[in-house]
Design a protein around this ligand. Structure first.
Ligand code: SF4
Ligand code: MG
Length: 333
């Protein structure tokens, strides 16, 4: 059986006056119907660029590798052919609904827009569909609110409107790029629950892009951790949290707030900044920030600085790119 989405050796690069930016440099993943892949990394890790490439929205970039939806190759499709896929079979929602919603059109008109185009539906049928969708995403009094404008909705309600817009055409795949980052924790939890519920009801495949492993823990089945445009670690969510092997994953986990943190405890972040995507260093791109290589022997450290670690299996279903993977006792095998 072919997977819903299969991405093989995806590479995305841009030419700039300073040189070629390799924003994504050879990543692989699959998403099955009814499952969620968490795509995790800091800004600049390539996670958003990956999703734009899947949507065919990588203007001006060169895209290599394969992106298949139910076995159909999307990379290289004409703009017209992609237009039939985008919005219809793959939908995307973003962090900031206000900038994606048009201020001068009612939410009903915006929800109905793609639906009317893709299904050649009348204005009346479009409005009816918008009301159904508002109800599905849990907006009270949908028949009244359908005629309101985006500014009349709260941040959380606007994100629900975006989800309604994305799902009006019954896509098979939803790509959600930091959909809850701008929301407060309570609303964030409600939106994640909404996405999970709709996923179950519709058997939707979801790619959840986030910098926050807390979000991943709530919704993802599989996780791909990206660093500097490459895959750092990939595993099931349970496995990744129980036995992270890449020092970068470990660092992300350590930076999650803990229950015993006091309210004014400073946020822990991994010191240092993301690697150059124009002239990457020869060895492991995480080396300048990696506490593990600093503590290693001189020989091991030299290897980290000179030889790029290959992404490969540590145990069935668990892969990482590290010369010195962390192996908690008894965790592997
Ligand atoms: Fe750290 Fe070396 Fe592993 Fe890179 S390869 S993450 S520098 S231990
Ligand atoms: Mg981003």
């Amino acid at each position: 059986m072919t997977a819903l989405l299969e991405v093989d050796d995806l590479k995305v690069s841009f030419n700039t006056p300073r040189g070629t930016v390799r924003a994504v440099d050879g990543i692989n993943f699959t998403v099955e119907a009814g499952r969620t892949l968490g795509l995790v990394g800091e800004s600049g890790s390539g996670k958003s660029v990956t999703s734009l490439a899947v949507m065919g929205l990588h203007r001006g970039a060169e895209v290599g590798g394969s992106i298949r939806l139910h076995g159909q190759e999307l990379n290289g499709l004409s703009e017209k052919a992609l237009g039939a896929v985008r919005g219809r079979r793959i939908a995307m929602i973003f962090q900031d609904p206000l900038s994606s919603l048009h201020p001068f059109y009612t939410v009903g008109e915006q929800i109905a827009e793609h639906y009317r185009v893709h299904f050649k539906a009348s204005r009346k049928a479009g409005r009816q569909r918008a009301i159904e969708m508002l109800a599905e995403v849990g907006i009270p009094e949908p028949a009244r609110r359908v005629d309101e404008y985006p500014h009349q909705f709260s941040g959380g309600m606007r994100q629900r409107v975006m989800i309604a817009m994305g799902l009006a055409c019954e896509p098979e795949l939803l790509i959600a790029d930091e959909p809850t980052t701008a929301l407060d924790v309570t609303v964030q939890a409600q939106i994640l629950e909404l996405i999970a519920r709709i996923q179950q009801e519709r058997g939707l495949g979801v790619v959840m892009i986030t910098h926050d492993l807390g979000v991943v823990a709530r919704v993802a089945h599989e996780v791909l951790v990206m660093y500097g445009g490459r895959a750092a670690e990939q595993a099931s969510v349970d496995r990744l949290f129980a036995a992270p092997t890449h020092p970068y994953t470990r660092g992300l986990l350590d930076s999650l707030p803990r229950l015993d943190d006091s309210d004014d405890a400073p946020l822990r972040a991994i010191p240092g900044s993301p690697p150059s995507l124009i002239a990457p260093a020869p060895g492991c791109s995480f080396a300048p920030r990696c506490a593990r290589t600093t503590a290693a022997t001189a020989e091991e450290h030299a290897r980290c600085l000179s030889e790029r670690p290959q992404f490969g299996p540590l145990s069935p279903g668990h892969q990482a790119a590290c010369h010195l993977p962390l192996v908690p006792e008894g965790a592997l095998g």
